[in-house]
Design a protein around this ligand. Structure first.
Ligand code: C2E
Ligand code: MG
Ligand code: MG
Ligand code: MG
Length: 304
């Protein structure tokens, strides 16, 4: 099986810009202007079932299409948004677009089904949104996100908030109370970049998470590094013993995909399946993916 190349590979940032210039341009004001002018958007990266490669959901990843600097990656501007106290405002604006896109996508699937065509979707699709710890106590923002879900008729249970492991246990406020409030609104919670921070088993059990995402640094060398394989294996067992869904991010090749499936990993995300892509490219990807799913099924049955 060959990975399907995305028709929308991520554009590299333009090389002609000196690094200082980038730092200079990424001020609070330029971020505000970018929000105002709609230069910020989400790209979407699919998550698929580890066995069948059927679609399970998408992760929304922020991108800044800067008129002079080209496509700026989130690692460059999210920290600026966090430092400048703009991250809630940014998340809200992005989510408005995200939930509208997701609602449209769900609508298109419904049409496909009604037209009697097989749809390779395993369950209620989810849209994952990355949340900065700075926003966790921002009750107004989450109220607004909930309203947007209602407005676009997307159940909150189909929205997953990803918190990086270092932020998964916020040091300000009572983490149990903050996270429970979100669960009570129906949202699901995921621990992102697992393995890079620190969290005790007790906290993992106590806090209302439903998904654990293994950091890509472990996933990326499972084919070459026995230690990474051991770590990923133990994380999978841990997640399952705690009743959490396990997602491996950064899956780039078939060997990794096969290994992850063999040890019981539930969900795959990575360049093997698709790169993050603009919303208007997702339907084309989905149709190609349906063919992949069909092919996998065919190969699997023949090998039995
Ligand atoms: P993350 O949430 O862990 O997202 C996964 C990152 O891994 C993404 O980078 C994605 O493009 C990349 N990735 C996915 N598959 C592969 C693969 O197979 N190989 C490799 N090498 N990389 C892969 P991206 O989009 O640059 O995002 C970086 C980080 O920025 C995210 O890490 C997340 O922590 C943060 N971020 C992105 N969007 C938002 C946002 O809207 N709000 C907040 N607060 N943070 C965001
Ligand atoms: Mg990136
Ligand atoms: Mg994430
Ligand atoms: Mg991650």
């Amino acid at each position: 099986l060959k990975p399907v190349p995305s028709e929308h590979p991520e554009q590299p940032a333009r090389p002609a810009v000196a690094p200082d210039e980038q730092v200079f341009q990424l001020s609070a004001q330029s971020l505000l202007d970018a929000l105002e002018q709609g230069q910020l958007c989400y790209y979407y990266q699919p998550k698929v079932d580890a066995l069948t490669h059927e679609l399970i959901g998408f992760e929304a990843l922020a991108r800044w299409s800067h008129p002079a600097l080209g496509m700026i990656q989130p690692d460059a501007f999210i920290p600026v948004a966090e430092q400048e106290g703009l991250v809630s405002q940014m998340t809200l604006r992005l989510f408005e677009h995200g939930v509208a896109w997701f609602s449209d996508f769900l609508g298109s699937l419904k049409n496909l089904k009604e037209n009697g065509r097989y749809v390779g979707v395993t369950q209620n699709l989810t849209l994952s949104i990355n949340i900065s710890v700075e926003s966790l106590a921002d009750a107004d923002m989450f109220d607004r996100l909930q309203e947007l879900c209602e407005q676009f008729a997307v159940p909150t249970s189909q929205i997953l908030f990803e918190l990086t492991e270092s932020c998964a246990i916020p040091d300000k406020g009572d983490p149990l109370q903050l996270l429970t409030r979100l669960r009570m609104k129906g949202f699901q919670l995921a621990i992102d970049d697992f393995g890079t921070g620190y969290s005790s088993m007790q906290q993992l059990v106590r806090l209302p998470y439903s998904e654990l995402k293994i950091d890509k640094s472990f996933v990326q060398d499972i084919t070459t590094n026995p230690e990474s394989r051991a770590i990923v294996r133990s994380m999978t067992d841990l997640a399952h013993n705690l009743g959490l869904n396990l997602v491996a991010e950064g899956v780039e090749d078939e060997d990794s995909s096969a290994f992850l499936h063999n040890i019981g990993c539930d969900v795959l995300q990575g360049y093997l399946i698709a790169r993050p892509m603009p919303g208007d490219g997702v339907m084309d990807w989905f149709h190609r993916q349906l063919k992949q799913v069909e092919q996998r099924r065919h190969d699997y049955v023949r090998a039995l």
